[in-house]
Ligand binder design. Structure first.
Ligand SMILES: [Fe+2]
Length: 386
């Protein structure tokens, strides 16, 4: 079956590539860029550096730096108004996945109007908005290379998935030097998110030969470097590999979709405010174990591609090696259990049925090799809490 593949029009990859921003603006022919940034980027002076870099080319840029983690519809309204008032012709998003996801929605609403709720799946966003230059500062979400954004609905608390080619950034600047000072917890959570993207893209029912190659490369790079990149602050090679691996994983899942882990992860974010990467990490070993039987060969190949097993090891040994590795990653990177995170058992149990409904409604579980029904998913949620 033919596959539709979408990637950014231009990718600048490597340490120091952010220096090419003024040249990129000139190549795009834009003159009124607007910066959308995480608050920490403003505090660290990164947005001022971008403004100075552009001012040297006589380009003035305004800044919105009130991006909220796990953004919702209300958090982007102010930015949409400012971008519209400034008559901006380009957005520059700098920060983690929340900044880039917010900027995708801001570009869409500033260019085409409406409420972000109007654009959630199954709607497909084909409309081209003002160009977006995405500059990730974490090696994780891969949002700089995806046609996806996730914005919460402040009324229903639903995490709305919005998808379509119109959300693909025009340019991705993938500069690992921006990740050198990322705190341990953020590096660990976002790194496991990237690992989840690669694995879920690989086992997804929507996988195709192109996404497979991106997923294989991403699995190799991330599994070999995730722990070192988080635990060894001076390991630039590991951080560089993680940055590229996360982008490749983004390309993989954007062109194949995520699956059950992401489907079950979003409700944990909505109801218990678990950061996205961390809730994926809490789920990944158990959900992988559950799913093995649905794609035995594919999961065995995960272990082989990650170098966790020999090519001639039988599938069962490969499965065991994969699950052991995922548990080791969580232990080494101190991923808390749900109770350690502070989720009260009673409150969790009260939400089980709702979370299972919301996870299924998101559509992502349907891409999993094994699709649990609502009752089976409730059992999985219970198992993960234990
Ligand atoms: Fe993710």
């Amino acid at each position: 079956m033919p596959a539709d593949i979408y990637v950014p029009s231009m990718m600048k990859i490597g340490g120091g590539s952010i220096q090419q921003l003024p040249q990129i603006l000139s190549e795009l022919g834009v003159i009124r860029p607007f910066i959308i940034a995480d608050p920490i980027m403003a505090e660290l002076g990164v947005t001022d550096k971008l403004k100075t870099m552009m001012a040297e080319q006589q380009i003035h840029a305004d800044v919105f730096s009130n991006v909220m983690p796990e953004p919702d519809d209300r958090s982007i309204i102010g930015a949409v108004e400012q971008v519209t008032r400034a008559n901006a012709d380009c957005l520059i998003a700098i920060g983690g996945g929340s900044a880039i996801d917010s900027a995708k929605a801001i570009a869409l609403l500033a260019s085409h109007g409406g409420h972000i709720r109007d654009y959630k799946v199954p709607y497909v966003i084909h409309q081209q908005s003002m160009p977006l230059i995405a500059i990730p500062t974490t090696a994780g979400t891969g949002s700089e290379c995806t046609r996806v954004t996730v914005i919460s609905d402040s009324e229903s608390a639903e995490k709305m998935l919005c998808m379509g080619p119109g959300l693909m950034p025009k340019v991705a600047i993938i500069d690992y030097e921006l990740t050198l000072t990322v705190p341990f917890r953020v590096a660990a959570d976002t790194g496991i998110d990237a690992l989840t993207h690669a694995i879920e893209a690989w086992v997804s029912k929507k996988a195709n030969p192109y996404s497979d190659q991106q997923a294989i490369a991403a699995m190799r790079m991330i599994s070999a470097n995730l722990i070192d990149a988080c635990t060894d602050a001076d390991n630039r090679a590991a951080k560089e590999a993680m940055m590229l691996g996360a982008s490749l994983a983004g390309i993989a899942f954007s062109n194949a979709s995520v699956a059950l882990v992401h489907g079950m992860s979003r409700p944990l974010g909505v109801h218990f405010h678990v950061p996205h990467g961390m809730s994926n990490a809490m789920l990944l070993p158990a959900i992988t174990e559950f799913s093995l039987a649905g794609a035995s060969q594919r999961y065995a190949d995960c272990a082989r591609h990650m170098g966790l097993a020999n090519v001639d090891d039988d599938d069962a040994s490969c499965h065991a090696a994969l699950v052991t590795f995922l548990k080791k990653v969580n232990d080494t990177l101190h991923v808390p259990s749900m109770s350690e995170f502070g989720i009260a058992k009673g409150e969790y149990d009260d939400k089980l049925a709702l979370m299972a409904k919301q996870a299924l409604a998101s559509g992502s579980p349907a891409n999993n090799p094994l699709v649990p029904d609502e009752n089976a998913m409730i059992e999985l949620y219970k198992q993960v809490y234990r």
